[in-house]
Design a protein around this ligand. Structure first.
Ligand code: PMP
Length: 408
């Protein structure tokens, strides 16, 4: 028998994938607690836009009217009435959706996690829009997937080649996280055609679709996929994902997956081994909010607040950062993606100096499964007021100067 001291020297270990991850999201979510730090790192909404009195009222009504559903366990797939309401919201004359096409998740993040569980084998291949949302990389990391980067802005992009052989493809067509760009219509059509032709699942992650500040929306991949179908329940390869996080408030933790019915069944099996069901309280709030048209009511405030902040950020960037970075003004979403003019500029190192100067932005390495892209930064414009955004950009410029000065 080993002695007690011998036992205490043998440290219990963790799964190996943990050694390949980073804690940048934890940094963003806790940055609010660091005194004086200007957090332009996370994709956080302005809390002043949360419809507080309405949510408080809907919560109170839900507990009183449906105590059993709100405080008990519920169906794994989600509250039937909420699934119906979401099916109605996303149905079009050609995209016919029923309850069987809809699955409620605990935030959009859970949808990404469960999709990884039902679609990815160990080391499986993901065709991911590049750069890729870091939460998706986080969600799938335990499976240690291989990534085929899809550069959707590259004129030579071939959707068929990109999707062939992948376990699924992943894109954020509207105002991508991190780049804020919109995938053009021709590329959307090519992705959908390739998904049908190669028999590859195509995940359309759309948390930012309603946050469009200029121009006209483009059709969803799922709607393109449903065109020409036989008019019955959707059975195509597109898996559409949404969330209330950017439309109402992230604390509700309500998201959804819309897909063909067998995929909904598979996700149900995975959720059974995850959290059993999404909170009945917030599902009832979501249902009542949809029925009362709350999203439509608060959208003008969201758009005017965020459009002004985007403009304030870009103005400040033009003054302070034009010599260092280039960027496009995004037409929607929450981020500006700035690429360093100097290919040797290391934005991992810049983050270190930026934090010292009192500002947080996201370095591009975390949006690259291989961690190699160190030339860009993602800057959020939704959380801070215009003056604070300008001050954050000034601090970032200061960090760049310090970094240059300390260069060996
Ligand atoms: N997908 C993308 C592209 C996102 O940016 C986010 C939030 N940052 C999510 C999914 C998940 O959001 P939530 O879990 O808050 O619904």
């Amino acid at each position: 028998m080993p002695s007690a001291s011998a036992v205490s020297r043998t440290r219990p270990s963790f799964a190996t994938w943990l050694g390949t991850t980073n804690d940048i999201t934890r940094t963003f979510l806790s940055a609010g607690g660091v005194p004086g730090l200007i957090n332009m790192g996370g994709g956080l909404p302005e809390p002043g836009t949360f419809p507080v009195p309405e949510i408080a009222r809907l919560a109170g009504e839900a507990v009183k009217a449906h105590p059993g559903q709100v405080l008990g366990y519920g169906p794994i797939e989600g509250l039937p009435e909420l699934r119906d309401a979401l099916a109605k919201r996303f149905s079009t004359p050609t995209t016919r959706l029923s309850r069987d096409n809809v699955f409620v998740t605990s935030g959009g993040m859970q949808g990404l996690d469960l999709l990884g569980k039902v679609l990815l084998d160990e080391g499986g291949l993901v065709a991911g829009q590049f750069p890729t949302y870091l939460g998706a990389l986080d969600a799938w990391r335990p499976r240690q997937p291989a990534f085929r980067n899809m550069e959707l802005d590259d004129p030579a992009f071939d959707a068929h080649v990109a999707l062939a052989g992948a376990q699924f493809a992943y894109a954020v067509p509207n105002f991508s996280n991190p780049t804020g760009r919109m995938v053009p219509l021709a590329t959307r059509k090519a992705l959908v055609a390739a998904a049908h032709c190669t028999g590859t699942w195509l995940v359309e992650d759309d948390p930012y679709g309603l946050l469009q500040y200029d121009g006209e929306p483009l059709p969803r991949l799922i709607d393109i996929s449903a065109l020409g179908s036989d008019g019955t329940t959707y059975t195509g390869p597109v898996i559409y994902m949404g969330t209330l996080s950017k439309e109402i408030a992230p604390g509700l933790r309500i998201g959804w997956v819309i897909a063909e019915p067998e995929m909904i069944m598979a996700l149900t099996m995975a959720k059974q081994g995850s959290d059993l069901c999404t909170s009945g309280l917030t599902q009832h709030i979501a249902l009542a909010a949809l029925e009362a048209g709350l999203i439509d009511r608060i959208q003008p405030l969201l758009l005017s607040t965020y459009r002004a902040r985007r403009d304030a950020l870009c103005d400040a960037m033009r003054t302070e950062l034009g010599g260092w970075f280039e960027w496009e003004v995004p037409v929607g979403g929450m981020f500006v993606w700035a690429i360093a003019r100097d290919p040797a500029l290391d934005t991992d190192l810049l983050l270190h100096h930026a934090l010292e100067a009192g500002v947080c932005v996201s370095p591009s390495s975390v949006f690259d499964a291989a961690g190699r892209n160190r030339r860009a930064i993602r800057i959020n414009f939704t959380l801070n007021e215009p003056d604070r955004l300008a001050e954050g950009v000034r601090r970032l410029a200061e960090a760049l100067v310090t970094m240059q000065a300390r260069k060996p």
